[in-house]
Design a protein around this ligand. Structure first.
Ligand code: ADP
Ligand code: MG
Length: 722
């Protein structure tokens, strides 16, 4: 996907037309034109040809490439985003102000005109004002007609005001143009504000980084940080790049990225993301990747790409606008011409005026701008709370979640295991078992593997060198060490591979890892894990949000898993599952009628990405916790930057709120419009009313949409917890 900032495209219907046109263009694999954010997303090899085609379809279109395949984001290129693209106060307000003054002058002139002045001379300043204010609208409408695209809002405004000028309603015509332009201007600034507040939110890295060069610390631009550099971060400063702590201890504030309200403690070994704020101690951090590839910029890129995945409602509204406007024009024509023909004494001028009023009122701008903006703001607001939502369609799905399925290890539990017991068979020693198992697990990233490696370090057990290893997801692994074949894993792995398969029974409350050496059982480790502190609260919050079914799917054995489920009151538990087994169980849940219940019919899966990327991909809403593994981050619909479970109900709540705001806009805009349309047709509302209703509704809807940008943190607002 390559993204372009667009300029000079002035109506949502044109944007839709551009999208449709480009989709048909040869070599374009995917394309979205996002009018709310003025972004063009294309997936094509020959970008130059696509650019040329876009400019052919939409003359006057300006395209500025942002980011690239390297996933750098707009946040990383502030100059591109801000330079020259804001339409500028003077450029916009000057014509509006001069047209308004000219109209007032004309109005006064009319009152005190010296006798004998020709009526056309009095109308002259009005015409000038109308042209100054309406130049862009009129030219835009002409341009679109030339391109076979009649019936957009520019067209509506043009014929309404031309009609008004012709029947001598000069003040009204100028008023419509001035207010329309003013409304556009205010809308644009509101949208620009949302955009820039997202940019600043995502642009968290400091400008300078203290990098160790030789024996000295040098302050250099943070772009120059490379993987492997040692960085010094003092209290109060933001971490420049992702990395691991080498020395020092401190509390770090992760709120801006993860939405976690409590600070985390960092000590040697902790992994930090660029953008975290160091609170009370100096830290030395070994950068693990350059700034441009940091988690934060990846997040920024994901969020920006997210706006390309439009929700159904969004598409519907743009499609609606393309037949709704012609319909209104036809209706207005009927109102203008039919009554004068059939009703005695009805005058064309009267009914024509009513028709013009209807045209102004019916402008669909309010819907067509505020709805995509609502989704955009919803995605931005979620990002502020550490919740990455990949698109408007995900907001829709999140709002409908009624079933939540959890993974256990690393999701409901901390996933930081500790060895709490070792049992060895006759003729083996604990040290031998620890060394072999740790060597076998040395290359695995599974939390159980890390615990064994830590245990070996703690005991300073002799290190064995590993020749070869193969991991069986959801089972364990097989390694060759010093010519011996070592199996470490659960009873299923041992049952399938070891000859003497008489294993001791699973223990309650501890995960057993069995070890076999050269095909015979040698002993086992008992590992303990802790439940996440906020698991119980988060689950009851989900229940309060109307989640009627919760289940747990785990690769762990029944005895240890059941304990976790019981503690949390999860009734539905499936244990000892391989990753394929998890997929089968999830599909069964998704198919069952109990999960598919109307407006709570979406099934969410929450996992940490270890052994559950396929399930995350399959669920209606796949959630990857703690920015999990790369595969999980790529396939998930929602990525939570925090490992805390409270973000899960927070995501559902935020999506519901966003949907509520969008629904309000639809009802409000359609309601006001139809009321005024009726008043207009009945001759009870004049053109002033019409334009104020039109601009006012659009503005209020846009402002209402930007409310979705604020993400109320979990627990901070009781009225949202319905
Ligand atoms: P969960 O579904 O609870 O997150 P996993 O699918 O990650 O658990 O793992 C399931 C089981 O597979 C573990 O309880 C463990 O017995 C076994 N297992 C997976 N990977 C390993 C490994 N690297 N070493 C040992 N055992 C493993
Ligand atoms: Mg897991």
């Amino acid at each position: 996907m390559t993204r372009f900032r667009m300029e000079g495209i002035d109506c949502p219907v044109c944007a839709q037309g551009l999208e449709d046109g480009l989709r048909k263009f040869e070599g374009v694999k995917g394309v979205t034109v996002d009018f709310a954010t003025l972004t063009l997303h294309v997936d094509a090899l020959d970008l130059a040809a696509v650019e040329a085609e876009a400019k052919r379809l939409e003359p006057g279109l300006g395209l500025l490439r942002i980011g690239s395949e390297s996933r750098a984001s707009v946040a990383a290129q502030p100059e591109a985003a801000s330079q020259g693209w804001g339409r500028g106060w003077i450029r916009d307000l000057l014509p509006i102000a001069s047209a308004a003054s000219l109209a007032i002058f004309a109005f006064l002139l009319e009152r005190r005109a010296p006798a004998g002045l020709q009526p056309w001379a009095l109308a002259l300043p009005y015409y000038a004002a109308w042209l100054i204010a309406g130049k862009e609208v009129l030219l835009g409408a002409l341009r679109n007609i030339g391109r076979g695209r009649i019936f957009d809002e520019l067209f509506l405004m043009s014929i309404a005001t031309i009609g008004a000028m012709l029947i001598g309603q000069y003040e009204e015509a100028v008023g419509v143009m001035v207010l329309y332009r003013l409304g556009e201007f205010l809308q644009e600034s509101a949208i620009e504000r949302s955009r820039s507040s997202m940019r600043s939110l995502l642009d968290l890295r400091p400008a300078l980084a203290r990098i160790k060069k030789g024996a000295e610390w040098l302050s250099l631009p943070s772009e120059s940080v490379e993987a492997g550099d040692l960085l010094l971060v003092l209290p109060g400063e933001a971490v420049p790049a992702d990395g691991g702590v080498e020395a020092g201890e401190s509390l770090v504030d992760t709120k801006t990225l993860t939405g976690e309200s409590a600070p985390r403690s960092a000590e040697p070994g902790s992994e930090l993301m660029g953008g975290f704020i160091v609170l009370d101690g100096a830290l030395e951090i070994r950068a693990s990747r350059p700034v441009s590839e940091s988690q934060a910029s990846r997040v920024a890129a994901l969020v920006e790409e997210a706006s390309a995945r439009k929700a159904k409602t969004e598409r519907l509204v743009t499609r609606l606008a393309s037949w709704y406007t012609p319909l209104v024009v036809a209706l207005a024509a009927l109102v203008a011409f039919v009554p004068p023909l059939f009703i005695h004494g009805a005058r064309l001028a009267d009914w024509g005026y009513r028709a013009l009023v209807m045209l102004v009122i019916s402008c669909p701008c309010a819907l067509v701008i505020s709805i995509p903006l609502g989704y955009f703001a919803g995605i931005g607001g979620a990002a502020r709370a550490g919740i990455l939502v990949k698109g408007g369609e995900v907001i829709d799905a999140l709002a409908r979640v009624g079933t939540v399925v959890f993974d256990k290890t690393g999701t409901l539990t901390e996933g930081s295991f500790e060895v709490i017991g070792i049992e060895v068979e006759e003729g083996r020693s604990e040290t031998e078992l620890v060394s072999l198992a740790a060597a076998a697990e040395a290359r695995s990233t599974h939390p159980l593997a890390r615990a064994l490696v830590k245990e070996a370090e703690r005991r300073a057990a002799p290190t064995e060198s590993i020749a070869e290893s193969r991991e069986y997801p959801g089972r364990g692994l097989v390694a060759t060490i010093g010519g011996r074949e070592v199996l470490v894993g659960n009873s299923r792995l041992l049952g399938e591979n070891a000859k003497s398969a008489k294993l001791p029974a699973e223990r309650q409350g501890a995960t057993s890892l069995y070890v076999a050496i050269d095909g015979s059982y040698a002993g086992r480790f008992l590992l303990g894990d802790r439940m996440k502190g906020d698991a119980a609260d988060s689950l009851s919050e989900l229940a309060a949000l109307g989640v009627h079914r919760m289940a747990m799917l785990t690769g762990d054995a029944a005895a240890p898993a059941q304990k976790t489920a019981d503690a949390l009151g999860i009734a539905e538990v499936k244990t000892a599952l391989t990753p394929e087994g998890k997929l089968r169980e999830l599909e069964a849940i998704m198919k069952s009628g109990a999960a598919r219940r109307g407006d709570r019919g979406a099934v969410m899966f929450v996992g940490d990405g270890t052994n559950d990327a396929p399930v995350i991909a399959r669920a209606d809403v796949g959630v990857a916790l703690g920015a999990g593994t790369d595969a999980a981050v790529e396939t998930a619909d929602v990525v939570l930057l925090s490992r805390n479970l409270d973000r899960v109900p927070a995501a559902v709540r935020h999506a519901r709120r966003t949907k509520r705001i969008i629904a309000q806009n639809i009802v409000f805009a359609l309601g006001i419009k139809s009321a005024f349309l009726a008043l207009g047709a009945a001759g009870l509302a004049g053109m002033w009313f019409a334009v104020i209703a039109d601009v006012g509704v659009a503005l209020l809807a846009v402002l209402n949409s930007t409310r979705a940008l604020s993400s109320r943190r979990a627990g901070s607002s009781s009225f949202l917890r319905r």
